[in-house]
Design a protein around this ligand. Structure first.
Ligand code: FAD
Length: 214
């Protein structure tokens, strides 16, 4: 049986962080979590999902038919990982090639949110988590849409962040090799918006989207 804390970073522990500002900062800078769980037969799954964070909870939403929503919503132990990639780390040796990244692993259990008005309010926050200000611009979920949507509140019981930054860590013996080494930063950006093929004529690009492009 594993006696170590399940969220203790063992490999390169100086890259591990456990404080809420670091963990929340990474969670709030991303929007996709890879959620892992095992079904009743022990089959493991990893499923990428959008999420929204509020306090020490992640909200996950999906079809009421979704295996993840049903299985994780039953309260079994689950785990999720969020990753931001910041750069390619190119070393002189194959061995020391790496990535700069910020990642978070969370452990916990989830429960369904069933109250219709609470569900509608959280789903609106969910939309804002993806694009701030968007919920107020779009139509809220109606009764049928709420019924067709399962919403889970995942309580974060334990979490870890792991951060790699900086240049390659080449071996001193390789220092004079005539091989370029360094970092290629990776930046995500939003490109020019593309209106839907059936976009309502005459409706301008909304403020939420324009703010993205500033
Ligand atoms: C984009 C990216 C690419 C990576 N590529 C590789 C690769 O190719 N090969 C490789 O060996 N490693 C890679 N890593 C590092 C990898 O995530 C693990 O940290 C490492 O492999 C150690 O695994 P372990 O099972 O020994 O972790 P342990 O340190 O034993 O894990 C114990 C606990 O530490 C925490 N933890 C571990 N890793 C992370 C993490 N990344 N973020 C947050 N918490 C963490 C978890 O809570 C985990 O339960 C990569 C990480 C990222 C983000």
């Amino acid at each position: 049986m594993r006696t170590k804390a399940r969220n203790k970073v063992e490999r390169i522990p100086k890259r591990g962080h456990y404080d809420a500002p670091t963990i929340h900062g990474i969670l709030d800078s991303a929007c996709i979590a890879h959620v892992s769980f095992a079904d009743a037969g022990g089959q493991p799954f990893v499923i990428p999902m959008l999420y929204a964070r509020e306090g020490e909870c992640l909200y996950l939403h999906g079809s009421i038919a979704s295996r993840l929503m049903k299985t994780v919503g039953s309260g079994i132990a689950a785990c999720a990982c969020v990753t931001l990639v910041d750069g390619l780390v190119l070393a002189r040796s194959h061995f020391h090639h790496s990535m700069n990244y910020r990642s978070v692993v969370v452990f916990g259990t989830a429960e369904p949110v069933t109250d219709a008005s609470e569900k509608a309010a959280i789903l609106a926050r969910f939309v804002d988590a993806i694009l701030p200000g968007r919920a107020a611009e779009a139509r809220a979920a109606d009764r049928n849409e709420l019924k067709a949507t399962s919403l889970l509140r995942f309580h974060i019981e334990q979490a870890s962040a792991k951060i790699r930054s900086g240049g390659p860590k080449d071996d001193p013996a390789d220092a004079t090799l005539p091989i370029w080494s360094g970092v290629v930063p990776i930046a995500q950006r939003h490109a020019e918006p593309i209106a839907a093929e059936d976009a309502t004529p005459g409706v301008p690009v909304p403020a939420s989207v324009l703010r993205l492009l500033d």
